[in-house]
Design a binder for this molecule. Structure first.
Ligand code: ADP
Ligand code: MG
Length: 397
């Protein structure tokens, strides 16, 4: 059998050294600012952020580091160790779909900060990126990239990077992803990258924007939360994510509510939907919001093992009612459960990407071996396993 492919987190300074070396060799001289922002997993609350729901993500110990230097000639130059594609262009020409590649996440942030008057016209940047967050695996490398850069911009301009300052930057990152990249994602990823704390998940109310930290300690319960990256890249921008979001928006219009969070009578709402195909979609969202409350209550009682069943119910709902799972995700989830996980589910937008499994520590090796075996038997890509310890928000290095 293939040896377990585990990705260990690197020290912040090691990741920073990668970004700074690329900066020096590309642009010459030193960066002004070096910021790291984490990837995330969502413990529960999937496909509910754009429905005004509750989500419960936490930051991973894997980061994207941005090394940057401010310019005053409207020019932006971007490089990353992840790709040989380099981009340079005028920030005043940034627009929806322009630039079209990975640099849109960076250019979009500066565009949004300039649009809202936070960064002055003419502001440009040289930016070098290095990351240990798997890219396109549903662990939010995109928000890590946006948030690290947004904080570097704020730092260069002498703007606050405390919690209030970060809330402003979150909005700019969301606009960059929605309007310039063209991915209709909600605000969960940017919020957790900016506001997370070690040893905590972030309970985020996507209707009010309020958040609070919830203690989360898997080790004290004798458990590990294993991230299983299926290595089948997800494709959020291919229309499926936007289609689900549009279905939910139409259902809200149908039911006369601003968000599905406003629904009190679940059965009544499902019966009132005039488009039959939207019934299972709405059923998922309403049940998933209730599951977030359930998990939060179990965590308050420190009943970690008991959240397993709720995670598994979330997966089945995403698979059957929301139809955003994939053969790779289902395979990893069922294999983990068969090998003794207390619960497992896909996490992130779906259609590939990653799943999580809540596993008693003495079963971790078995779960890893079984998930690998089942993927190999089904001729699926070899999954890799990451450590999911609730970690810090974005930070200056
Ligand atoms: P996820 O956020 O789950 O990793 P997305 O599709 O939302 O997946 O974002 C992945 C995209 O973000 C990549 O295709 C690339 O354009 C950009 N990206 C993320 N991290 C990096 C990086 N380190 N270097 C260059 N581009 C990156
Ligand atoms: Mg993303």
């Amino acid at each position: 059998m293939t040896a377990p492919s585990r990705v260990e987190p690197a020290h912040d300074l090691t990741v920073a050294a990668g970004a700074e070396a690329l900066f020096r060799s590309t642009f010459g001289g030193a960066a002004d600012c070096v910021w790291a922002a984490p990837g995330r997993v969502n413990l529960i609350g999937e496909h509910v952020d754009y429905a005004g729901g509750l989500v419960l993500p936490f930051a991973l110990p894997y980061v994207t580091v941005v090394a940057s230097r401010i310019r005053n000639d409207d020019l932006m130059r971007c490089v990353s160790t992840h790709t040989t594609d380099r981009w340079q262009g005028a920030v005043s020409e940034v627009a929806p779909g322009r630039p079209s590649g990975w640099a849109a996440y960076l250019a979009g942030v500066l565009w949004a900060l300039r649009e809202s008057g936070i960064a002055p016209a003419g502001t440009g940047f040289d930016v070098a990126v290095h990351s240990t967050v798997p890219v396109g695996s549903g662990l939010s490398s995109s928000a890590a990239l946006e948030c690290a850069f947004a904080l570097a911009v704020a730092d260069s301009l002498g703007l606050p990077t405390n919690t209030d300052g970060r809330r402003t930057l979150i909005d700019a990152c969301i606009r960059a992803e929605n309007e310039i990249v063209g991915a209709a994602t909600g605000g969960m990823d940017q919020s957790v990258a900016m506001l997370a704390r070690p040893g905590h998940a972030l309970l985020l109310d996507c209707r009010s924007g309020d958040s609070r930290l919830v203690p989360l300690d898997f080790a004290s319960a004798g458990a590990q939360l294993l991230v299983m990256d299926t290595n089948a890249p997800h494709k959020l921008a291919d229309g499926q994510y936007g289609a689900r979001r549009a279905t939910i928006e139409r259902a809200c219009a149908n039911l006369g509510v601003d968000t599905l969070r406003d629904i009190r009578d679940v059965d009544g709402a499902l019966a009132a939907l005039t488009v039959p195909q939207s019934v299972p979609r709405v059923r998922h969202v309403l049940a998933e919001i209730r599951r977030v409350v359930e998990v939060t209550e179990l965590l308050a009682q420190n009943r970690i093992a008991d959240i397993g069943d709720v995670l598994t119910r979330s997966h089945r709902s995403l698979r059957d009612d929301y139809e955003v799972s994939s053969v790779e995700l289902d395979c990893a989830v069922e294999a983990a459960l068969d090998a003794g996980a207390w619960g497992a589910r896909m996490t992130g937008g779906g259609f590939g990407g990653s799943a999580i499994a809540l596993v008693p520590v003495d079963r971790v090796e078995d779960v890893v071996a079984h998930v690998l075996h089942r993927a190999a038997s089904a001729s699926l890509p070899t999954p890799q396993f990451l450590s999911a310890t609730p970690s810090s928000a974005a930070r200056r290095l």
